[in-house]
Design a protein around this ligand. Structure first.
Ligand SMILES: O=C(O)c1ccccc1N[C@@H]1O[C@H](COP(=O)(O)O)[C@@H](O)[C@H]1O
Length: 226
C-alpha cells in the first residue's frame, strides 16, 4: 500500500527542487507569521510554481481569518488547506463552501483520549492529520519536531485517509509507518539543518525511507494467509 509523503515548510528554491526530485506527493507552505517557515502569499506562489501538476500544493494555516484566506487563495492558489489550529467543524464547512478546496484538519495528540476529537470532523474534513500536541507555552502548534506515541494510532479505522506527523525524520519514519499504518506522512523539522532551513539530502533520505517502509509493509501483507 502506497504511503504519500508531504514535505512541509518549504522556504527556498533548493528545498523545492529537492521535493520535486524526490517525488514527494505533497508540498507544504506555511502561512503563520510566528513560524520561522512563514512566507508571504506572493513568495510562496513563486516558489510553488515548479511543483504545480507534480505535487499537491498545500497551504498551512493556524486559525486564519477571512482576509488571510482571501489573500492565500487570490495570490497563492493552494490545492489543499491544512488547518493546524482550533478551527471548528462549522468554520471548516464555511471555508469549503467559499473556496471549494479539500481540507486536512490537524488533531493534536498526546494521549488516547485526544483521538476522541476526530469524530466531530469526519463529516467535513477530507483528511485527518495527527500531530503531537504542542506544549502550552509553545510559539506555534506544530513544526516543533515533537512526536507522540504512534501506538495510539495502531488499528485506527477512519472513513477518511489520515496523515501522521510530529517529530518524524529519515531514521524513525519507517518505524512510525510500521506501527501507525498511516496513509501518508508529513515532515518539517526532521529534514532541516535549522528551523526553516531544509536539507535536500535529508529530504531525499526521508522519501527513500518511506518507500522502503512501504515495500516492507507489502512484503509482510503477502505473508498473511488468505
Ligand atoms: O512548520 C511550522 O512552522 C508549523 C507552524 C505552525 C503549525 C504547524 C507547523 N508545521 C506542521 O507541524 C507538523 C509537525 O512538524 P515537525 O515535522 O514535527 O517539525 C507538520 O504537520 C508540519 O506541517
Amino acid at each position: 500500500m502506497h504511503v504519500d509523503v508531504k514535505i512541509c515548510g518549504l522556504t527556498d528554491e533548493t528545498a523545492v527542487a529537492a521535493v520535486r526530485d524526490a517525488g514527494a506527493e505533497y508540498a507544504g507552505f506555511v502561512f503563520f507569521p510566528p513560524s520561522p517557515r512563514h512566507l508571504s502569499a506572493a513568495r510562496a506562489a513563486a516558489l510553488a510554481a515548479p511543483l504545480r501538476g507534480q505535487a499537491t500544493v498545500v497551504a498551512l494555516t493556524v486559525d486564519a481569518d477571512d482576509q488571510a484566506f482571501d489573500d492565500i487563495f487570490d495570490t497563492f492558489g493552494p490545492d489543499m488547506l491544512q488547518l493546524h489550529g482550533q478551527e471548528s467543524p462549522e468554520r471548516i464547512a464555511a471555508l469549503k463552501r467559499r473556496y471549494t478546496v479539500p481540507v486536512m484538519k490537524m488533531i493534536p495528540v498526546r494521549e488516547a483520549r485526544d483521538l476522541g476529537a476526530v469524530e466531530a470532523y469526519l463529516a467535513v474534513a477530507d483528511r485527518i492529520l495527527f500531530d503531537a500536541k504542542a506544549p502550552a507555552d509553545a510559539t506555534r502548534p506544530g513544526g516543533l519536531g515533537l512526536s507522540f506515541d504512534w501506538r495510539l494510532l495502531a488499528g485506527l479505522d477512519l472513513p477518511v485517509p489520515f496523515m501522521l506527523s510530529g517529530g518524524l525524520d529519515p531514521d524513525v519514519v519507517g518505524e512510525a509507518i510500521r506501527i501507525a499504518r498511516p496513509n501518508a506522512v508529513d515532515v518539517s523539522s526532521g529534514v532541516e539543518t535549522a528551523p526553516g532551513v531544509k536539507d535536500p539530502s535529508a529530504i531525499a533520505r526521508f522519501v527513500k525511507a518511506v518507500r522502503a517502509a512501504e515495500a516492507a509493509r507489502d512484503r509482510s501483507m503477502e505473508r498473511i494467509p488468505s
